[in-house]
Design a protein around this ligand. Structure first.
Ligand SMILES: NC(=O)c1ccc[n+]([C@@H]2O[C@H](COP(=O)([O-])OP(=O)(O)OC[C@H]3O[C@@H](n4cnc5c(N)ncnc54)[C@H](OP(=O)(O)O)[C@@H]3O)[C@@H](O)[C@H]2O)c1
Length: 258
């Protein structure tokens, strides 16, 4: 198995580094800018760490860039590596080409899951979308994913963007809607726990059938009196009102409701 350097110590880097360690893959070093999180992660993985770009180990086999887009690009410009190392990032919508001036071996290892640092994640259930600048690089990245027991997908840049976009709708926007629901409940002194069985059942229905067949609510029923009441309740909050309007119209249009 290759020697690995991880750049970043945030949500994905933390989960990925621990999964590599559990699979007995050698993480040689963690690089980042925040000494506290970098050293804490390195301690858990039992590897070295640095916050200086010039101290990044130069002879690792694979470098995983797990920072935000800007940092991935700027650190890639500055890093010094041996000739045939592989550089890979984990981003949904960042081009593989950010690495092209550095090495001929580069790729993407995009884990299609939502990661939060301190929330447990079973990495073996995470689909990994892989792209490689050449077949050997693809196989090396696939080898890592397979060692972690992850399902793998050969996905090129344009398809990866689509996968990412679908994730934004399915996870990020859904999460934001639940966040609004929690805020509305708490603003009205109602425990947000009341919503948990509804969330469980909604996901049960989606996972066991599909979202289109699971849609309920005033928009699909065309209950315009209820919609009017809801709008009245949130009329002083422009943000809630806009989200309610957009999603109600989207459901009506999808199901051709007048
Ligand atoms: N989170 C997810 O659910 C998810 C899922 C799939 C893919 N991804 C992708 O994975 C990558 C990382 O996402 P994330 O959620 O793990 O982000 P994150 O938690 O915000 O972590 C980003 C890391 O990059 C570091 N960083 C930022 N700017 C830096 C710089 N100039 N120099 C050095 N280090 C720098 C941050 O340091 P600080 O701690 O100092 O901020 C942090 O350790 C992104 O490409 C994202 O698109 C994320």
């Amino acid at each position: 198995m290759p020697d690995i350097v991880i750049l970043g110590s945030g949500n994905v880097a933390s989960h990925f580094a621990k999964a590599l360690k559990n699979a007995e893959i050698n993480v040689k070093q963690i690089f980042g800018r925040n000494i506290r999180s970098v050293s804490a992660l390195a301690k858990q993985i039992n590897c070295s760490h640095t916050i200086n770009i010039t101290d990044i180990i130069q002879d690792a086999d694979i470098y995983f860039f797990i920072m935000n887009d800007e940092a991935n690009i700027s650190i890639c410009d500055k890093i010094k590596i041996k000739k045939d190392s592989i550089l890979a990032h984990t981003a949904g919508s960042l081009s593989i080409e950010i690495f092209k001036n550095k090495t001929r071996n580069y790729g993407v290892f995009y884990p299609f899951q939502t990661f939060t640092k301190y929330v447990e994640t079973d990495f073996s259930k995470v689909p990994i979308c892989i792209e490689g600048s050449n077949h050997e690089t693809y196989l090396e990245l696939e080898k890592i994913a397979k060692r972690l027991n992850c399902p793998t997908f050969n996905i090129d840049a344009s398809k990866r963007e689509i996968v990412h976009l679908s994730g934004v709708f399915a996870s990020n926007f859904m999460n934001h809607c639940v966040n609004i629901a929690e805020d509305i409940l708490s603003e009205n002194d109602i425990s947000s726990d009341i919503i948990k069985p509804l969330l469980e059942q909604s996901f049960f229905k989606i996972l066991n059938n599909n979202a289109a067949d699971s849609q309920t609510g005033p928009a699909i029923r065309s209950d315009n009196l209820t919609i009017k009441k809801h709008k009245e309740l949130i009329k002083n909050n422009k943000q809630y009102s806009q989200v309610y309007e957009v999603l109600t119209n989207s459901i009506k249009s999808k199901f051709k409701i007048k």
